[in-house]
Design a protein. Structure first.
Length: 43
């Protein structure tokens, strides 16, 4: 379950920092899911 305040608790109230973190996550999320999928298939 996602806590809507989690990001603020981790990095504070700085919206620019929150934005950069989310952008980095979104850019790498697809690759991470694909790597997890491949690893699960390989087991």
């Amino acid at each position: 379950m996602w806590d809507e305040n989690a990001l603020q608790c981790l990095v504070g109230d700085n919206l620019a920092t929150q934005d950069r973190l989310l952008e980095k996550y979104l850019l790498t999320a697809v690759a991470m899911v694909e790597a997890i999928r491949k690893a699960a298939i390989a087991e």
